[in-house]
Design a binder for this molecule. Structure first.
Ligand code: PLP
Length: 325
């Protein structure tokens, strides 16, 4: 058999995705680029407004979550809404909408856009208290959301050979005692500094240390692979839905997954390093701090998790079809 004729999961996924993108590009109408929910109504992206005095804007007093739609199916939406509810409870934010109404609203937004592959962002802010009133308990929370084409933190084309990352030297992750990272938040000062350091050091993505010799996360979770043992930080990170999916896949393969402190040094001895996020999926890191990770190629463990991760998007136990208009 000619090896060139063997379609990999990567090429199958990429071709199908590009075909959907091409089909979507032929559509027209006010919502093809996306749709937003603001001030309790669905509007075009450019029409969505946030009041100046919303504390979400003024103080980043908010939480958010990002589920995604892949090939016309919402993936693990209820797991994202569970996390959103936990984040709201920890911040003492009471969403002004029932969970079922938020769920319906997100589905309605996706339908409106017709996007088969979408990044779905829902934000709950503290809201705007009466002018001059500093009592946070008196503010009424607000809900915002938007749906745009699927976002790749690491471009799909790069995922076949892997991307580059750095361990940040100039910035550490905000410690959990200051900002609880299990609350998905937009206090991105540390991540933003990390991204600029990555640009300066010719890398795509920053990995932030905790200041005690361990790695934490970026806007993605981090896994090391030594043989068939995977490791990912247990604390000081967001408990990612993609991380959970990767752990479930690895365990189903019979591989060990250790959750615990992940020393920075272990990144340099790893056979494989990969990152996980809803926006991009399972992202192989093949260059770290300018040097190859393992043999510098996407390794077998990462590849297996990558394949299974995308295959699971069609599994009715974890996803459901959007009924488009
Ligand atoms: N860590 C942080 C700080 C994030 O912002 C994200 C996602 O945006 C993740 C991890 C990955 O989480 P998930 O897999 O649920 O998208």
């Amino acid at each position: 058999m000619n090896p060139k004729k063997v379609a990999t999961m990567y090429s199958i996924l990429r071709q199908a995705y590009e075909a959907r993108l091409a089909a979507h590009a032929l559509r027209s109408g006010p919502f093809v680029a996306g749709a937003a929910f603001a001030q309790n109504e669905i509007v075009e992206l450019a029409e969505a407004k946030v009041p100046l005095f919303d504390l979400g804007f003024l103080r980043s007093d908010l939480t958010y979550d990002v589920p995604a739609v892949w090939d016309g199916r919402f993936f693990r939406l209820d797991d994202h809404l569970d996390r959103l509810e936990r984040s709201c409870a920890k911040l003492r934010l009471e969403p002004p909408m029932e969970r079922s109404a938020m769920r319906d609203m997100l589905i309605a937004l996706v339908r409106k856009t017709g996007l088969r592959d979408a990044y779905v962002d829902i934000i709950i802010t503290r809201g705007a208290p009466k002018f001059g009133d500093r009592d946070l308990r008196k503010a009424t929370a607000a809900v915002y959301a938007f749906v745009i084409p699927y976002v790749w933190i690491m471009p799909l084309a790069m995922q076949e050979t892997g991307g580059s990352a750095i361990v940040a030297r100039d910035v550490r992750r905000t410690p959990p005692g200051a900002m609880d990272p299990t609350i998905k938040n937009l206090q991105w000062g540390d991540l933003t500094r990390g991204f600029f350091e990555a640009y300066d050091r010719d890398a795509l993505l920053p990995l932030l240390p905790d200041g005690d010799g361990n790695i934490t996360e970026g806007c993605y979770n981090i896994f090391t692979v030594h043989g068939q043992v995977l490791r990912t930080p247990a604390r000081g990170v967001l408990e990612g839905v993609t991380r959970r999916t990767a752990i479930e896949i690895a365990e189903a393969e019979g591989w060990r997954v250790d959750l615990g402190d992940t020393p920075i040094g272990s990144l340099y001895t790893a056979d494989e390093v990969f990152l996980t996020s809803t926006a991009g999926g399972v992202m192989p890191i093949t260059v770290l701090d300018g040097a190859p990770v393992g043999d510098g190629k996407v390794g077998p463990v990462t590849r297996k998790i990558w394949d299974r991760y995308w295959a699971l998007h069609a599994d009715p136990k974890l996803s459901f079809a959007v009924e488009y208009e």
